[in-house]
Design a protein around this ligand. Structure first.
Ligand SMILES: *Cc1c(COP(=O)(O)O)cnc(C)c1O
Length: 402
């Protein structure tokens, strides 16, 4: 083994998101005894880290925040260029919408062309450091290719299960990256069930959304990046396409950490969850004033990242939406497809349908007066549209192939 290369991580322990019970952060962990996600906690009082320090180190990827991430020995980091994605002023879209401060955070430039790379980069490195060798994930698609990429880079094993109708580009990507790939009839929930036998009997480490503590840590870096990219401030509104909700929960956690470090006060952006009308458990629960979301029956949408009928972090998503005075909004397939072409042709970004969903939602938010034309608004484009050719060519309605 090479010499230790300390990252300066101030990780202290894990905490159950339901009960507050603490857990050891230096052994492999999945859910808490209460069956809830575990959240990483840091000694932020001990850390004297300013935004200027982060900027001065200048690392052009999410490891610029390594002191605030769980990996202790940098030898376990196999960076493929994840994070530090551009925040783009969407100038032509602004004009069309009569807005002054609209931006797109373009996550499609991440490794494996989606923001799943952020979570997997951190979680694979940390689990490798703690001794995991074989990893498993049931996924709607992009989490599988991200896991496959980071295990490939580290020389580890990925067992990936995903629905048979996952976009073919993602299937090809997983195969090429060397994952042990199973195609399963059904949805992400069925894919998750499929890998459980290996998790139980062969000791594969379960990397499913929020079932281990560190994908959320990778995703929280989006919140830190927004703060840096807005020159030490946060936007007014974040519009986020929500499946399992890791990114939303992660950014919300980042804002709390930033407040504890004195980077910000108690101000927060309004968080908006966007889901597809064909799978909108969070929107339904938000509208009904519920703290948990009932599973969605017969989930269907071309935005495969949003085809998540049941989210284990539902209560955390709903908490963040309400605490931020945000909202949740569902968009139809037709609106999503129309917004796909609109967003691409007015920004120059071949966005994923999940990213297009945020523009479809913005139209509704503006017409309902929930977002002001002067607000500083960030749309998250979470992946590349080049992975979704079947959806583009096969889509319903007038937004179809041209
Ligand atoms: C996974 C995924 C989402 C949903 O992200 P969560 O953080 O799980 O809510 C959105 N868009 C794309 C492209 C995805 O792959």
């Amino acid at each position: 083994m090479s010499m230790q290369q300390p990252t300066g991580s101030v990780l202290t322990h894990l905490e159950c998101s339901k009960t507050g019970e603490t857990y050891d952060a230096d052994s492999l962990q999945n859910l808490s005894r209460a069956g809830a996600p575990l959240l990483a906690r840091y000694d932020l009082a001990r850390l004297s880290l300013s935004p200027a320090d982060v900027a001065a180190a200048g690392e052009p990827n999410l490891w610029r925040y390594r002191a605030l991430l769980p990996v202790r020995d940098a030898a376990y980091i196999h960076c493929l260029g994840e994070g530090w994605t551009p925040l783009l002023p969407a100038e032509r879209l602004r004009e069309t919408l009569g807005m002054r401060h609209l931006y797109v955070k373009d996550e499609s430039v991440n490794p494996t062309a989606s923001f799943k790379a952020r979570g997997m980069a951190v979680a694979v490195a940390r689990a490798d450091e703690l001794g995991a060798r074989e990893f498993a994930v049931g996924t709607a698609g992009n989490a599988g290719s991200a896991l496959a990429a980071y295990t490939a880079a580290a020389g580890l094993v990925a067992h990936v299960a995903m629905p048979t109708d996952t976009p073919r580009a993602i299937i090809a990507e997983c195969q090429a990256l060397g994952a042990d790939l199973a195609l399963v009839e059904g949805l992400i929930t069925d894919a998750n069930a499929h890998v459980q036998k290996g998790v139980r009997e062969s000791g594969w480490f379960d990397m499913a959304t929020l079932r281990e503590p560190y994908r959320i840590e990778g995703k929280k870096t989006m919140g830190y990046e927004l703060f840096e990219q807005f020159d030490g401030a946060l936007p007014d509104v974040i519009v986020y396409p929500t499946g399992g909700g890791t990114g939303l929960i992660g950014m919300w956690k980042a804002f709390d950490e930033m407040e504890q470090m004195g980077w910000i006060g108690s101000e927060r952006p309004r968080m908006v969850s966007v889901q597809a009308a064909g799978c909108a458990p969070i929107v339904r629960a938000f509208e009904n004033g519920e703290t948990h979301a009932e599973p969605w029956q017969d989930a269907a949408t071309m935005a495969s990242g949003l085809r998540v009928p049941r989210a284990i972090g539902d209560f955390l998503i709903l908490d963040a939406l309400r605490a931020s005075k945000g909202t949740a909004i569902a968009v139809t397939e037709e609106a999503m497809h129309a917004a796909w072409g609109e967003m691409a042709s007015q920004t120059g970004l071949m966005v994923a349908p999940e990213g297009a969903a945020t523009l479809a939602a913005l139209h509704d938010l503006l017409s309902q007066g929930l977002v002001d034309r002067d607000d500083r608004v960030v749309l998250f484009n979470t992946g590349s549209g080049l992975k979704y050719l079947e959806a583009w060519f096969g889509a319903p309605g007038e937004g179809g192939p041209r």
